[in-house]
Design a protein around this ligand. Structure first.
Ligand SMILES: Cc1cc2nc3c(=O)[nH]c(=O)nc-3n(C[C@H](O)[C@H](O)[C@H](O)COP(=O)(O)OP(=O)(O)OC[C@H]3O[C@@H](n4cnc5c(N)ncnc54)[C@H](O)[C@@H]3O)c2cc1C
Length: 495
């Protein structure tokens, strides 16, 4: 858009990672009658190649493309996910692990019991507070079932694990079928005038012009950072992890049913992910480079996985933070080019999807400075809201066995909303009021905050009962029976 009130007519997307192809697929499905869409990706510069877990929001994306699970899950080695199990995030044996579930209609009553119990304990009374006892997602993970039922009413919320490279290929085929022009080549130079991109010089085509450019070039941020000079607002004052090392492994027991959960286990200077796909298990160690070298991290991960030096490891650097303006002039950044928090709750593709929706909803209008500002405000709200919940994991940790965990608790800048919530929780006052007072800024809602605070054992009272024989046991029996009757084991596909 060469002036601020022009409608885009042609869109050029730079980057063919998951973000680029999600953009191309969605915009082509919604707008191909109106806009010419071109995607250019480099054959030399690879994609980040990780990003194997999602949130339940992604189901809506596939539904809007008209995809059934059978259309893409087998092709992407995908499995179901009902939540995340966190272990070794505290120094307490009693609170060694907890489950962060996705919530379903099935949990409406049982969750209220859980919230009430948590508030009783905060006021010094005895009650059961283990999140896994109250949410069907945890029971499904325990039973290793597929969270899809043909016999049970109500929506069951779940997400996926998948091979990110294979998902990008499926999205590419779809987008090209919808008319997206696909170029393989390198963008060599980004020409800009007065905060607008005028053209991209490439090694595979004539210079590319467009009314709207979408920067999906990954961490390098070719258009937004290098071209338009936008800088990243770092989150490193509250999040210390800036590197990762990934080592995929084969399934140890391929004949066993697959547990529909991501595992996140605290290690000495960060945490390790464990994501079961049908073809392999994705593993990686996310850590802070101020506390541990890449060699130490790799060695610790190898030891934990019991794999020799022959299994290849992949090292990644991850700048954490976000742009202040995700839409600047005639360019929108989506994906790693706009920012990254860290993969702890697998939220990056959720942000990609959200950015695409926000953009798509504005494509039919004249683009004004006001609509760009609204877009940027909304994206910043999402990023900062997710950051607050991610920081809570570190701030609430009670480990004393390494300088890393102590620094994560004591030396970070604690975001304002997190301080407000933790103070309200600690003070035995109205935690619900605190949640409500910042309702519009929260991305993670009430159940997630109760789960993390209770799951990590943030209680002053000694009277915390982790599994009482009364009401909580009855709830657990109800959930076990329901899951047993309505859900089937998540089995490895026969090959
Ligand atoms: C350790 C780690 C774990 C993660 N885990 C998760 C997770 O569990 N869940 C989740 O949702 N997300 C996760 N993410 C994030 C996720 O990987 C990304 O959000 C996702 O893959 C999208 O990346 P992208 O497409 O923005 O960038 P990339 O995959 O880096 O793609 C960039 C593209 O730009 C192209 N490009 C770059 N420069 C040029 C040029 N000059 N000319 C032409 N093309 C160019 C490249 O060829 C490539 O196609 C994780 C990230 C990391 C680092």
């Amino acid at each position: 858009m060469t002036n601020s009130t022009q409608q885009p007519e042609s869109i050029v997307i730079v980057g063919g990672g998951t973000a680029g192809w999600m953009c191309a697929a969605y915009l082509a499905a919604k707008w191909s009658q109106r806009y010419r869409i071109t995607l250019i990706e480099s054959a030399q510069i690879g994609t980040v190649g990780v990003g194997e877990g999602s949130t339940p929001f992604l189901r809506q994306f596939f539904a809007e493309l008209g995809w059934q699970e059978s259309d893409w899950m087998p092709a992407c080695d995908a499995t179901y996910k009902t939540g995340i199990e966190f272990s070794n995030w505290t120094g307490s044996e009693r609170f060694k692990r907890y489950f962060h579930p996705f919530f379903s209609a099935l949990d409406l009553d049982t969750a209220e019991h859980f919230f009430a119990n948590c508030n009783q304990v905060r006021r010094g009374q005895n009650a059961a507070v283990r999140p896994a006892q109250f949410f069907s997602a945890a029971t499904m993970a325990e039973a290793a079932v597929t969270p899809v039922s043909t016999t049970l009413g109500g929506d069951i919320d779940y997400a996926y694990h998948f091979d990110a490279g294979k998902l990008a290929s499926c999205l590419r085929s779809f987008a090209v079928q919808q008319g997206v022009k696909h170029l393989t080549g390198n963008v060599l130079n980004v020409q800009c005038t007065n905060g607008h991109i005028t053209q991209l010089e490439t090694d595979c085509s004539a210079p590319l012009t467009a009314t709207l450019f979408i920067d999906c070039s990954g961490f390098r941020g070719l258009l937004m950072k290098q071209g338009l000079g936008q800088s990243l607002q770092s989150y490193q004052d509250c999040l210390f992890n800036d590197r990762a090392v990934a080592i995929p492994t084969p399934h140890n027991h391929p004949q066993q049913a697959i547990t529909p959960q991501t595992r996140s286990e605290g290690l000495s200077c960060g945490w390790m992910w464990n994501i079961p796909l049908t073809s392999r298990v994705g593993n990686g160690y996310v850590y802070g480079s101020h506390f541990c070298s890449p060699e130490q991290a790799e060695a610790e991960l190898r030891q934990r996985l019991k794999v020799s030096d022959e299994t290849p490891a992949r090292h990644l650097t991850m700048p954490v933070g976000r742009l202040q303006e995700h839409w600047h002039g005639n360019c929108v950044a989506i994906g790693l080019a706009q920012g990254f928090i860290e993969p702890l709750e697998a939220t990056a593709l959720m942000l990609v999807q959200y950015g695409i929706y926000q953009l798509s909803s504005r494509l039919g209008e004249l683009v004004t400075i006001t609509s760009r500002t609204q877009y940027n405000t909304e994206m910043n709200r999402m990023f900062d809201g997710i950051r607050d919940y991610i920081v809570a994991h570190y701030y609430l940790n009670t480990r004393n066995d390494s300088p890393y965990w102590q620094a994560c608790r004591n030396d970070i800048r604690v975001p304002e909303n997190l301080t407000l919530l933790v103070n309200a929780w600690d003070g035995k006052g109205q935690f619900e009021d605190a949640l409500e007072s910042i309702d519009e800024q929260l991305v993670y809602l009430r159940p997630s905050w109760y789960c993390i605070l209770a799951g990590m054992g943030r209680f002053k009272s000694e009277a915390v009962n982790l599994s009482d024989p009364g009401a909580a046991a009855g709830i657990q029996q109800y959930l076990t029976r329901t899951v047993g009757e309505h859900f089937k084991a998540q089995l490895m596909p026969s090959r």
